[in-house]
Design a protein. Structure first.
Length: 258
């Protein structure tokens, strides 16, 4: 995630634009997002932010890891997973049926959007999101929770912070292909959200497998082949013989069951 961080120090204003590969850590039934940021700290008290969190953040209580410093308080500005709520107050462009409408969103009902435009307030039909709606910022940015936090540091200089929090909509499972008696394993990672991860590391802890700089589009599944030489994780087996689908089996407790 690429973030702009503004640090207010005594007599200085420091702005950084740094890119890191954030990490999604997947356990058996939970997903944790680990976001890494870098900034300069003065010795003593520092106010940092605002920083955008990933839109799928589900808790206001965040975990901060920072060397030789401590986050003592922060302001959390929440967002909603409902895209309509996140558009309120945003400048948007709606296109369709040969017409274009530009303005700030006043209200959104089920069937209509009320816009404040240069020609006054207008009401237009609500299109299917996101194909016919454009936002000045990306949708991800417009719907991101934001935090501004106070850090007390023991030293002055460059520092990194990791912010971790649970997210929803990301899951994983194991699938197998048995082709003419040979078994091949696949890790399936599902992004059941409206957000695209452009470059994210994914750590599947139960399999001790890490994928680096993964592109995972919205509402998609990424399927990756993995080594089946070790103990086989539980999963469904799709059985083919000479290119013909024969049925479904499963791997249970490391054994293949047909």
């Amino acid at each position: 995630m690429k973030n702009k961080i503004t640090a207010f120090l005594t007599g200085f204003l420091l702005i950084f634009n740094l890119a890191f590969a954030d990490t999604i850590v997947l356990t058996k039934n939970k997903a944790t997002y680990v976001q890494e940021e870098e900034f300069m700290l003065a010795e003593g008290e520092n106010i940092l932010g605002p920083i955008e969190l990933h839109p799928l953040n589900t808790l206001e209580i965040l975990n901060f890891d920072i060397k030789d410093a401590e986050v003592v308080d922060y302001i959390y500005e929440p967002s909603s997973l409902n895209w309509k709520e996140n558009l309120i107050g945003k400048e948007i462009v709606i296109s369709g049926d040969g017409r274009v409408f530009k303005g700030k969103v006043i209200d959104i009902k089920k069937d209509f959007i009320t816009l404040d435009t240069k020609k006054g307030v207008i009401i237009v039909p609500t299109p299917t999101f996101p194909s016919k709606i454009e936002i000045k910022k990306s949708y991800s940015s417009s719907s991101s929770p934001k935090i501004t936090f106070k850090v007390v540091s023991k030293i002055a200089g460059e520092s990194k912070i990791k912010i971790s929090y649970p997210i929803k909509g990301i899951s994983w499972k194991v699938r197998y292909l048995q082709k003419d008696g040979k078994l091949t394993g696949f890790l399936e990672i599902e992004n059941n959200t409206a957000f695209t991860f452009a470059s994210v590391d994914i750590l599947v802890k139960p399999l001790n497998k890490k994928l680096e700089k993964v592109f995972l589009p919205a509402n998609s599944k990424k399927i990756i082949k993995f080594n089946t030489d070790k103990k086989l994780p539980d999963g469904i087996v799709f059985i083919y013989e000479k290119g013909i689908f024969k049925g479904i089996g499963k791997v249970k407790s490391g054994k293949l069951i047909r």
